[in-house]
Design a protein around this ligand. Sequence first.
Ligand code: HEC
Ligand code: HEC
Length: 281
Amino acid sequence: MNWLNDNVNLLALIGAAAIIIISVVVVGKYIKQIKTDKSTGELADENWDGIGEYKNPLPIGWAISFLLSIAWALWYFLAGYPLNGYSQIGEYNEEVAAYNTKFESKWANPDEETLLGMGEGVFLVQCAPCHGITGDGINGKAADFTAWGTESALVETILKGSKGMNYPLGEMPAGLLDKDSAKAVAAYMVEKVTKTGTANPDLVSMGEALWATCTACHGADAKGMGGSAPDISAYGKPGFVVDVLNHGKKGFIGNMPSFNDGRLTDIQKLAVGKYVNSLTQ
Ligand code: HEC
Ligand code: HEC
């Protein structure tokens, strides 16, 4: 009998036997008493259709246990359960937190290749449903990453403006510059500010002359004046994708939720940022 080897089972069995024996003895005692007892004592004044009531005092042990059980119930309801109670959700949250800490320390300093692989994994699960497996934006349903963040995308942004990341400065207006000027500023910005390199080096000096249009909102260092506007010195780099993930975007194409809800760790955001930038052709 295997289950008898279990201490808890055995304890429960002994307990059950004890309860049965005590019940039989106690019930037997009272049945015997009912048969032989003669009622004695002083009757109360009340009388209900011939049924009277003895003026017996409350048994002291019973009264104490009654009061104690009220005190216990109050303690249990107000402090015992809320403070010590086991909760499955609590256990789940603790396990997730412990896992995340382990995850963060294990991947604190991943090399480039690991980061890109992690980014691809995150992308396929979290981003591909809207942006497409290849990141092409599924026919305009979301941003097309094969073009986003490039010099020509920057020209588009300057011409069309930008909205939906919920910065204090609000929207970036459309038509700040005409097309040629926009191209020149874009050339200057990617060459000198983000330093990702321009395809139009001859436009850089013209763009420099117009750059003040942009610094008015984005700050002289292009870092967004302490959070008033996006830090465009990170444009076309993983840091800018992380910025989008933290803000979300309700733009011209549609809505992208913010990922600032603990779904992704900082390292996962950086990884998917790197992966998104790697999709640009
Ligand atoms: C009136 C203030 C203002 C000016 C002037 C301005 N910007 Fe912006 N810019 C913003 C704000 C605000 C945002 C964030 C908009 C959003 O929510 O997407 C932004 C966003 C951007 C973005 C990010 C777009 C994206 O894909 O998310 C780029 C790049 C950018 N600006 C470049 C420029 C350049 C280059 C210039 C100069 C020609 C310029 N901005 C001038 C306010 C401005
Ligand atoms: C629910 C659909 C949805 C999901 C999921 C989603 N996106 Fe987006 N994303 C969009 C849409 C729509 C846009 C275009 C917003 C616009 O410009 O109108 C967008 C735009 C972007 C942009 C460009 C924002 C800009 O400023 O121009 C980036 C970067 C981006 N997404 C990254 C990601 C990454 C990385 C993930 C996965 C972690 C992701 N998105 C998941 C819908 C989504």
